[in-house]
Design a protein around this ligand. Structure first.
Ligand SMILES: [Zn+2]
Length: 416
């Protein structure tokens, strides 16, 4: 999704003092338009796919931090900041974690955790399945879950729970963010009674998977009545505690953990995972159900962890994933190549070699030509080049604006 006025929008949204015009009336309800605003911002192309440790990832982390701060969430015990850094090799990544104090003085040192990862596949980053230069907006994965965490935080601030709640926007990247929080005991692991993880809850269309129902002795007694009463959604329920998502880190830390997921789809980890394809009414419905579930857990006298090993995922997950991979291979075979090598130079990129029989050769491109624009896009870096070509298919025409011997020249050829 494109956001033309983003530079100023970013500045405005990142001002901690700014109060969202939606906030005043939104506090008592989970609202579709709030979800739209959060997901629209987090999944627009200027966030560059929110790759963890990179510019867009940091910017979106700042957005979550500013929202947490506006809601009055405080740092974890022992921390002074909401944004908590950790290293992945040379990269500094951040989890954003804020606490809402509970109302019951006997329980306020006991926590519930509500989380969802923030990062996505960037521009050809980890997990990207699209073309190397394409932005992977990750509206469903996982701007949807992040928006859910923000909406629930807003609701609980207006309706304080008995337990304190830890709101988590983690870096998923191999589950490293949540693993760091749990194994390094950045979160008070022994005092967290239950964790609720939202990872891809934006493509419901009437469906919801909930995993981890066997990870607490009391979950079935507490939650089955609510789930049985949910007639307007096709629920798929699973007891097992593991999944390729952050609930696994908490489950392995001995914390009862639930996983909310609306399944993969044709845009999974592809550039088409965009905000306009989100089922906002469906997501709001899921968050209302989750709120009901969190409410009974908050009111329960005790919650005991129970081991429930194994992957708690939809029954047809592997089958759907295989079909998705086959589809991606088909897309990759259809993608066109220009067939040239370039180096950065003043005013553009200079051609260092042209592949024999390539579309660059057909267009008449020569070594030492200075490429200034491709398909109207200015070219200064390899990334610009990749983005200019994007996922262009074989046979689509590419237009190169170049400079040769000091003069401008426009060349055209179909991609091969
Ligand atoms: Zn995800």
């Amino acid at each position: 999704m494109k956001c033309p006025a983003l530079a100023s929008l970013c500045a405005a949204l990142l001002l901690p003092a700014l109060v969202s015009p939606l906030a005043a009336q939104a506090a008592d309800e989970i609202r579709e338009q709030d979800l739209r605003a959060h997901i629209g911002f987090l999944a627009c192309s200027e966030m560059e796919g929110r790759a963890s440790g990179e510019h867009g990832g940091h910017l979106s982390g700042r957005y979550v931090e500013a929202t947490f701060r506006r809601l009055g969430l405080t740092p974890l015990p022992g921390q002074t900041e909401l944004r908590l850094p950790f290293q992945v090799g040379d990269l500094t990544c951040y989890n954003v974690v804020g606490v809402l104090r509970g109302t019951d003085p006997r329980l306020s040192e006991r926590y519930l955790a509500i989380g969802g990862h923030l990062d996505h596949a960037g521009i050809g980053g980890p997990g990207a399945m699209g073309g190397p230069g394409e932005v992977h907006n990750g509206a469903d994965d996982n701007a949807s879950g992040t928006a859910g965490v923000l909406e629930l935080a807003e609701w609980y601030v207006a309706h304080p729970p008995k337990h304190s709640i830890i709101f988590i926007s983690a870096e998923e990247r191999g589950l490293l963010g949540s693993e760091h929080l749990v194994t390094q005991k950045i979160v008070p692991v022994d005092q967290i009674r239950a964790m609720f993880n939202f990872d891809m809850i934006g493509r419901s269309n009437g469906y919801l998977f909930i995993g981890g129902l066997g990870t607490a002795t009391e979950f079935h007694d507490l939650l089955d009545p609510i789930l049985a009463g949910t007639q307007d959604m096709r629920l798929e329920l699973d007891d097992r505690g593991e999944a390729p998502s952050d609930n696994t880190s908490f489950y392995h830390g001995g914390i009862p953990s639930l996983f909310f997921f609306t399944h993969i789809h044709e845009d999974y980890h592809l550039p088409g995972d965009d905000a306009e394809k989100i089922d906002y009414a469906g997501e709001a419905r899921i968050l209302r159900l989750a709120r009901e579930m969190i409410g009974v857990v908050d009111a329960a006298p005790s919650i005991q962890f129970k081991s429930a090993p194994g992957m708690g995922m939809p029954a047809d997950f592997n089958e759907k994933m295989m079909a998705h991979f086959q589809n991606i291979q088909k897309l990759q075979r259809a993608r066109g190549k220009l067939g040239l090598r370039v180096e950065e130079a003043a005013g553009g990129m200079v051609v260092t070699s042209v592949g024999e029989g390539s579309s660059a050769a057909d267009a008449g491109l020569l070594v030492d030509d200075l490429v200034k624009k491709i398909n109207g896009r200015e070219i200064h870096t390899q990334r610009d080049l990749l983005r200019a070509l994007g996922a262009a298919e074989k046979g689509s025409e590419v237009t190169l604006q170049i400079e040769r011997a000091g003069g401008p020249l426009t060349l055209k050829a179909p991609l091969k």
